[in-house]
Design a protein around this ligand. Structure first.
Ligand code: GLY
Length: 393
């Protein structure tokens, strides 16, 4: 399956289960002062969970542009060094607002992964919340019992609040969660070490792909949990990781989501990508950084966040600078380069996030370090590089 087919199949599956398919909200958080960027699919539905607004549809699904570069969820420094962290990623999600709960969320996740997508059930491990005395939270025995219908008990693993109690930020809707992990190692490695020992320890081939959150609480500003009047489901599946699993790759950068950019960077830089994760494989790391960061920066700009010296704009500027530093230092590219990836990116997303294609010229121009799209580029590569590096007063 191509990545495009994988995304569409997710949406079709949940539509067939009575979900309304909605558009992604902008990647830049507009209406929530607790966030700079959208860090999860559920952000746009926060008021439905809290009971402040009544949703028109009780079941919703979508693919959401997310950015995890600040606050509680920040993966920036991981990006490039491994094959499964991203700053900008797509989160496939299905939601129930006071409608179905754990039984359906778990049964449908299993059906989609094993029947629709054909993932090998023997390679799936799940985690459940083990409870937390300090918060007076009981273990999630209900989720454990429900998973037993599909999985042997020794592949249902208890984890603490750190891994299995999901919160979007310091405050807001939250609850125990059950994560689905896939063992993507070759058979030879599988027989030498049980994947149960590798869940949640950062193994690059035993990765979490889907998080099923059972929203039951609101974390208040004073740190206390208050029970919500209704129970909700909030799931988030990493599209790039799912594609890596379904296309049987050892890295999401090997999927058809990222390969076109890698080929283009190879062509322009004259360097070969070797899919190496050695800490000193600097040109490979740089190529992954560029493929990732161009997405983050482009979608942030397309959604209205220009690079700047404060707040969200400063975060975008730092990502841009990180990308420039990598191509300048490790790919020997001396001319402004990132903006050349934008037409590829805009075409790849034209059918799903058309806002980038609609603003290709503006986004490219901003990424070249200028804000006027109609001006003729006149800066030399060195000037552009210095401008990125120079902290403004
Ligand atoms: N809201 C679920 C997740 O982001 O994992």
């Amino acid at each position: 399956m191509t990545a495009q087919e994988i995304r569409q199949r997710f949406l079709d599956f949940f539509e067939s289960k009575g979900h309304k398919i909605v558009a992604s909200s902008p990647i830049v958080s507009k209406n929530d002062p607790t966030l700079l960027f959208t860090n999860a699919g559920m952000n746009q539905f926060k008021d439905f969970f809290l009971g402040n607004k009544v949703p028109e549809f009780r079941r919703i699904a979508d693919t959401q542009k997310c950015l995890r570069v600040s606050g509680k969820h920040n993966d920036l420094e991981e990006v490039g060094r491994d094959g499964y962290h991203h700053t900008m990623f797509e989160m496939l999600g299905n939601w129930s607002f006071g409608n179905y709960f754990k039984a359906e969320a778990i049964a449908w996740a299993w059906e989609l992964l094993t029947k629709e997508y054909g993932l090998d059930p023997d390679r799936i491990y799940v985690s459940v919340f083990q409870g937390d005395e300090s918060e007076n939270l009981a273990p999630d025995d209900e989720a454990r019992e429900l998973w037993k219908k599909w999985l042997p008990e020794d592949r249902i693993l208890p984890f603490s609040k750190k891994d299995n109690f999901w919160e979007m930020g310091d405050t807001g809707p939250c609850g125990p969660c059950s994560e689905i992990h896939v063992d993507l190692r070759p058979e030879s490695q599988r027989s030498s070490r049980d994947a149960r020992e590798l869940v949640n320890i950062g193994d690059p081939l035993v990765v979490e792909i889907w998080n099923l959150v059972f929203i039951q609480f609101n974390r208040r500003a004073d740190g206390k949990l208050e029970e919500l009047p209704e129970k909700h489901v909030d799931t988030g599946m990493g599209f790039e990781r799912l594609t890596m699993a379904l296309q049987a790759k050892n890295s999401s950068y090997e999927t058809d989501i990222f390969q076109p950019y890698i080929r283009f960077i190879e062509q322009v830089s004259g360097k070969k990508y070797t899919n190496s994760y050695a800490p000193d494989a600097m040109s490979d790391i740089a190529m992954r950084v560029l493929c990732d960061h161009i997405r983050a920066v482009s979608f942030a700009i397309a959604d209205g966040q220009l690079p700047s010296n404060t707040g969200a704009g400063y975060v975008i500027r730092r990502i841009l600078r990180r990308a420039v530093r990598y191509y300048y230092s490790f790919l020997d590219l001396r001319e402004p380069f990132l903006f050349r990836l934008i037409p590829l990116l805009a075409d790849a997303f034209a059918h799903v996030f058309p806002e980038l294609k609609a603003q290709t010229g503006l986004v490219a121009s901003v990424i070249q370090g200028r804000s006027n799209p109609s001006s003729t580029p006149s800066k030399t590569a060195c000037d552009a590089w210095k401008a990125f590096r120079r902290p403004k007063a």
